[in-house]
Design a protein around this ligand. Structure first.
Ligand code: G1P
Length: 325
């Protein structure tokens, strides 16, 4: 694991994955199954993150887990009995599926004893870093940012402009209160990066009221952070919701002159953190799946047609509003 940082494409060895949340929006499933292990078709969100981290050239997955959520780490184990049984039955494709997660990344569990916030969770991962790591990636497993590869683009911006780089998406103003929101400025005109996709961040605020939000560009679960983030995290007070916020530490670094930029992502994003986002993600992945896609398309088309008919019957039954009579 003590591979030199120079062997890592993009200079990122460790990806921090905060996975200590309680998953309350998925109860009762999350009484026994951590949210990060819920399958998108057949692959848990944590394995999709491991795939993205591996593609970035990182090798260590620092998974922040709550004391009762060690099952997330088990997903990366070897399962020798299962492999032996499947091999004996000639089910080699399934053997690959069992072994894949453990081959993608070396997982390291970091326990967060109490839910003190995203910033607190990220801060705990400093203990597993090697001395030569001057940058870390953070990937929030609730956010699927597609097509994969946005952190590579962020690394290219860091190579050019230094500092820290975050991923941003545009959302409607009435939704900004769910996110960290960026106050932005243009990058220098003579810089070799696409100015419509790369912005300088001059401030960042966690979950503001829509009326106070500095923009409608929000943070979406992918961060490339200078090692200085750990020092900043130690120096901030609890913020929004009484929690140690990653956003506040980034804002502190900006105030102290650290360069922070965003890459505005133009692809898709799924929010696996609640059923309203998780179900479309399953449908999206399912429709693209070589085995299940065609049948699923027929099934969904039939279900939609049925619901359209139901809606029509329902609206025919509803009494006309008094004002229209
Ligand atoms: C966290 C961050 C927020 C960010 C969001 C992206 O919020 O605190 O700044 O915009 O992730 O998903 P959470 O969704 O954990 O409330």
């Amino acid at each position: 694991m003590n591979s030199s940082i120079s062997t890592h494409r993009h200079g990122v060895k460790t990806v921090i994955v905060p996975a200590a949340g309680m998953g309350t929006r998925f109860l009762p499933a999350t009484k026994t199954v951590p949210k990060e292990l819920l399958p998108v078709v057949d692959t848990p969100g944590i394995e999709l993150i491991a795939e993205e981290a591996n593609a970035l050239g990182a090798t260590r997955l620092a998974v922040i887990v709550a004391p009762n959520k060690q099952e997330v780490m088990r997903h990366f184990e070897q399962f020798p009995n299962l492999v032996e049984t499947l091999t004996a039955r000639g089910k080699f494709e399934q053997v690959e599926k069992v072994q894949r997660a453990g081959k993608l990344m070396t997982p390291v569990a970091v326990e967060q004893a109490r839910p003190l916030g995203l910033g607190h969770a990220v801060g705990l991962a400093e203990s597993v870093l090697d001395d030569d790591e001057d940058v870390v990636a953070v990937m929030l497993p609730d956010d699927l940012v597609l097509p994969m590869g946005v952190v590579e683009k962020m690394a290219a911006v860091r190579a050019e402009l230094g500092g820290s780089v975050l991923c941003a998406v545009e959302v409607p103003r009435d939704e900004v209160f769910n996110y960290g929101v960026f106050d932005i400025a243009e990058i220098p005109a003579d810089c070799d990066l696409p100015a419509e996709r790369v912005k300088r961040v001059v401030g960042m605020v966690e979950k503001p009221d829509p009326a106070d939000a500095p923009s409608t560009l929000v943070a979406t679960g992918r961060y490339l952070l200078d090692r200085g983030i750990f020092d900043a995290l130690r120096r901030i007070e609890p913020g929004k919701g009484g929690e140690i916020q990653l956003t506040d530490a980034i804002e502190l670094m900006i105030r102290e002159g650290h360069p922070v930029h965003i890459v505005v992502h133009e692809g898709k994003r799924h929010d696996l953190g609640n059923p309203a986002g998780y179900i479309p993600a399953c449908v999206d992945f399912g429709l693209s799946h070589p085995t299940y896609g065609p049948g699923l398309k027929r099934a969904i088309t039939a279900i939609l047609a049925e619901h359209v008919v139901d809606d029509e019957i329902e609206s025919a039954r509803s009494p006309e509003p008094a004002a229209l009579r």
